[in-house]
Design a protein. Structure first.
Length: 547
């Protein structure tokens, strides 16, 4: 990407073509009235069941947990909120329950809802030396419940660190010893070990849990049927959105105009579906998918194609954010610039009627900041492949990941009231957003830095760390894994009430982090979208659940 003439042989990253093409254009799945009526009838039955379950009982907790994991809790937001508040209040008075499954489940549900419950509730299950009692190893459900609870820990909760080690060790040996006739438990334990509930994307989790739940003899038939109907109805709804977005993408004709970039519209939609799936966020989802798609193209333009002189003018034009700046950039970049301006003017038109124009101001601010971070990396590369100091690189790299931009931009189309203070808070890079960005950056670099080096990208934070601290690559991996673990604890802590901003804002950041955990675990699943991501998209957006 050195600053020679624009015609020099350009490096092509050779990303594989789209898996989906314009497949979703053909989807016009209308949801019938009959489907809506049926779902609504079930919904009222389930609501009644939830309200009538005795307050604080194990029955109520199990029901709420199943609703959340089956992906239908969004229908009962207020009822669940009230129930868990009551359970939390009651737990302060009497805490003499000695059932590991129940204590762990209650702890997890209460913390998920943002209430701080002390991890001392687990002391009764440990010996004098702080180790968990050996007799617990026979209680598989209890171990599983404790394992899931331990993922809501914050820093310095030794008992939960111990719980995680204890349960992981025993669950791993249980999985290898479980016979296949106990398949449903085996599947449940394996799933938990590979992706705990806290890190699971709501739709992906719901799809998997529907079959796990169905194989559980104690399942509630009505709830299962409702979850299946609701899943299929939502799937049709999402297919409709993706059909609209595919039309937008096809009209831009970027697959032909910008052949060097990753053609990943469906993957971008899946990413944003991970951030919010509820029907009421349809507008926000469509806006944010377009923003993410453009970000991906701009990223590839910086990383994989443009030379430095072109990037100087491109960055300049984006910082000016002015239609007249289009003449100053190379012709091949103009469609990208125009599409970017169009997306944000479309937002402005929609939101000016609602008196929410300030949202777009913050959204643009973050997009410009992101592009400045891309440009900084291009400068380092152009400067005789300058390798920056680790700390300097890390500061820039957590911005160039794009999650600071995402955390703000995803709020633009939401219906809820969001104050100016909330946007200012996000602008100041709060702990939760930095933690999420750090997780993304570390996971992305661990799986991708070697390929990026081959492609001639700027050194990753891994390279900078090994160079500055004389560490081996293995030591760098261990350090970053540890940072990821601590960043998750920081995210958990930010959910404790009273929170600085509304819970739904924090939930978006949590979900963005879950997407990274899902897509970047062993590989860059976004760039290499023919593997596990293709299967996930299939199960969420194509194959309906058999009723």
């Amino acid at each position: 990407m050195a600053s020679s003439s624009a015609n020099k042989c350009r490096p092509l990253a050779n990303f594989h073509p789209t898996v989906w093409g314009y497949h979703f254009l053909s989807y016009t799945h209308e949801i019938t009235n009959q489907e809506k009526v049926e779902v609504d009838e079930y919904k009222e039955t389930i609501r009644k069941m939830l309200v009538e379950a005795p307050e604080g009982s194990e029955q109520k907790l199990v029901l709420i947990d199943a609703m959340q994991r089956l992906g239908v809790a969004y229908h009962f937001h207020n009822e669940i909120e009230t129930s868990i508040q009551n359970i939390f209040d009651a737990s302060k008075q009497n805490d003499n329950d000695n059932n590991l499954y129940f204590v762990s489940l209650r702890f997890r549900l209460v913390r998920q809802q943002g209430h701080y419950m002390s991890s001392d509730v687990f002391k009764q299950f440990t010996n004098q030396d702080g180790k968990f009692k050996e007799r617990l190893t026979n209680d598989v459900q209890g171990l599983l419940s404790l394992y899931e609870a331990s993922h809501l820990r914050v820093r310095d909760e030794e008992i939960l660190e111990e719980a995680l080690t204890f349960t992981t060790t025993h669950l791993e040996s249980i999985v290898s010893n479980l016979s296949n006739n106990n398949n449903s438990l085996k599947v449940e334990v394996s799933e938990a070990l590979s992706q705990p509930i806290r890190m699971t994307l709501p739709r992906v989790g719901a799809r998997k849990y529907i079959s796990i739940y169905e194989n559980n003899d104690a399942h509630n038939h009505l709830l299962l049927k409702f979850a299946k109907l609701d899943f299929n109805m939502l799937q049709k709804f999402h297919q409709g959105e993706l059909s609209d977005l595919t039309r937008w993408w096809k009209d831009l004709d970027f697959a032909n105009k910008i052949p060097y970039a990753r053609d990943r519209l469906v993957e971008c939609y899946f990413w944003i579906l991970g951030v919010y799936f509820e029907p009421k966020y349809s507008r926000a989802r469509k806006m944010m998918t377009k923003v993410l798609k453009m970000t991906s193209i701009i990223d590839d333009t910086f990383d994989a194609y443009a030379n430095f002189d072109e990037l100087v003018t491109f960055n300049d034009a984006i910082q000016r954010w002015d239609a007249n700046a289009i003449d100053s950039i190379p012709p091949y970049m103009r469609p990208i610039y125009q599409a970017l301006l169009d997306i944000y003017s479309e937002m402005e038109q929609v939101l000016s009627n609602e008196g929410k124009l300030d949202r777009v101001y913050y959204a643009k601010y973050e997009m410009k900041k992101l592009v400045r971070a891309y440009f900084k990396e291009a400068q380092w590369l152009n400067d005789d492949n300058h390798i920056p100091k680790y700390e300097e690189h890390m500061e820039n790299a957590i911005v160039s990941l794009g999650y600071m931009m995402g955390a703000t931009n995803c709020l633009v189309g939401m219906e809820e009231f969001i104050s100016k203070e909330t946007f200012e808070w996000l602008m100041n890079e709060p702990v939760i957003v930095r933690a999420s960005s750090l997780i993304g950056r570390a996971m992305d670099d661990i799986v991708g830095h070697e390929v990026e080096q081959e492609r001639g990208h700027v050194a990753s934070v891994i390279e900078c760390y090994t160079k500055d601290y004389g560490a081996s690559k293995q030591e760098a991996y261990v350090k970053f894994q540890k940072e990821v673990t601590n960043a998750w604890k920081d995210i958990n802590k930010e959910f404790f009430r009273p929170t600085e901003v509304p819970m739904f804002v924090l939930e978006r950041v949590l979900n963005f982090t879950r997407v990274i955990d899902t897509l970047y675990k062993e590989e860059d699943g976004y760039t290499n979208a023919r593997g596990k991501l293709k299967n996930m998209i299939n199960s969420i957006l194509i194959e309906s659940v058999k009723i």
